[in-house]
Design a protein around this ligand. Sequence first.
Ligand SMILES: Cc1cc2nc3c(=O)[nH]c(=O)nc-3n(C[C@H](O)[C@H](O)[C@H](O)COP(=O)(O)OP(=O)(O)OC[C@H]3O[C@@H](n4cnc5c(N)ncnc54)[C@H](O)[C@@H]3O)c2cc1C
Length: 483
Amino acid sequence: MLDLQISPATENKAIIIGGSIAGLLTAQVLTKYFDRVTIVERDRFPEQPEQRHGIPQAHHVHVLLIRGQQILEQLFPGIIAELADLGTPIIDSVADSLWLTFNGWTPRFASHLTSCASSRNLLEWTIRRRLAANDQIEFLQAAQVTNLLCNSNKTTITGVRVSFGKEPEAEILANLVVDASGRNSHTPEWLEELGYKSPQQTVVNSFLGYASRWYHPPEGFQADWQVLLIWPKPPKDTRSGVVYTVEGNRWIVTLAGVGRDYPPTDEAGFLDFAQSLRSPIIYEAIKDAQPISPIYAYKRTENHLRHYEKLSRFPEGLIIVGDAVCAFNPVYGQGMTTAALGALTLDECLSKQLSNQSNTNLIGFPQYFQKQLSKAISIPWLMATGEDFRWPTTEGGKPNLISKFMQLYLDRVLLLQADSAEIHQLFLEVMNLLKPTSALFQPHIVMQVLKQIINPRPQSDKFTDRENIPKYQPSVTPNIMSR
Ligand SMILES: Cc1cc2nc3c(=O)[nH]c(=O)nc-3n(C[C@H](O)[C@H](O)[C@H](O)COP(=O)(O)OP(=O)(O)OC[C@H]3O[C@@H](n4cnc5c(N)ncnc54)[C@H](O)[C@@H]3O)c2cc1C
């Protein structure tokens, strides 16, 4: 066994397992506290913003919520402008989106909700390029972590064992090991091997499947939108779709079906599925567009939460972040932003812990951090699972009273949203994790919801009428349209 001393033994080192979004954001935070941060990634990173094996999800639409975007900019100042320079459309989430929700088209007006619409590969590559310019960061590629190392009495994780394929395995030592290896993380088994309990797990599965294809818009195509979004309508209309404009004048078209209503991956079936959505506008946009990729499917979409915060015994020197702790149904676009919230939480926790102690003393840190992280995850988790419980086919529990109440309340808010610019904007702020859900319970909104209950707006199928598709209205501001 080779003891790979990548850097001098006196250095204060951290190792991150996995060089995807959670691993990269965590690395940036750790450079504040560690001399050296080594990212161990089993893939070889492409030189250009291209697909790699470990991130099959990059074929599909990846929305970075605005809260995530803010954190990204905080960690890497100037990165949004850099993405824009690389061709990423910077869009107004309201004005540039044509969006059919449960109860109709949403209004369109100029808002402050600016969103950066890049492909997942470009986003990851841009962050990686920033990190590569930092001497404290070291990338160990084509290197798969096969186990954790620990001290003789198994109280502290001291590093990782790494396999380089045909080469001999190596042991890399570190003061802190971070597992950012995603949904398929092996930490639960590794902990058991060391005599610890593995964490309880909660899985809520709506059996959603994606199929995605990339296109160039039809020649001469003119539209006043950058994003087309057709929601499903529980409990019966299980199908949804999105057209998302990314760099290089490309559309990523992702179709989705809940309750095992998986979209087909053959050309005719894909188009038929698009045509069967609640509005045919996606089909109409793509039928003459030029496909530039195969059709990719994805079905591992269950919400999966590992409760590390509940373990009463936990080794020192190890923390777990990103999808390895909590992976979401991707349809709500929360994974990368929650990873970013986790990176901020780590920064706050390390700053607090190390303000009292010497830099080498992280005793008790893992349990403290996992508890704080679980708080940061709780809201996105409730939002995702609460929505998934709208479907009778969802497995993994039942909505509790709070979830049921939230569903009923949100139904009313969504009804109002179709007519009120103010409520639409507020709803988007909550969805983008910019405001807490409590913002939807401000007295004047509750009043409007109550009015709506007493005097319900008839639910019509007006959304299928062509003339009801909203045009961008530059003159509308959020309080003009609200009732
Ligand atoms: C279909 C789909 C669509 C999605 N859409 C969105 C979206 O719109 N918006 C959004 O915010 N999020 C979305 N997500 C979620 C998002 O991709 C993840 O939340 C995000 O990538 C953060 O995950 P992560 O870094 O924790 O793990 P991952 O992205 O899964 O990365 C794990 C990394 O660890 C590496 N690795 C694994 N095991 C080892 C090992 N033993 N040794 C070394 N390296 C290892 C892998 O190669 C990989 O690079 C989507 C996910 C899916 C599946």
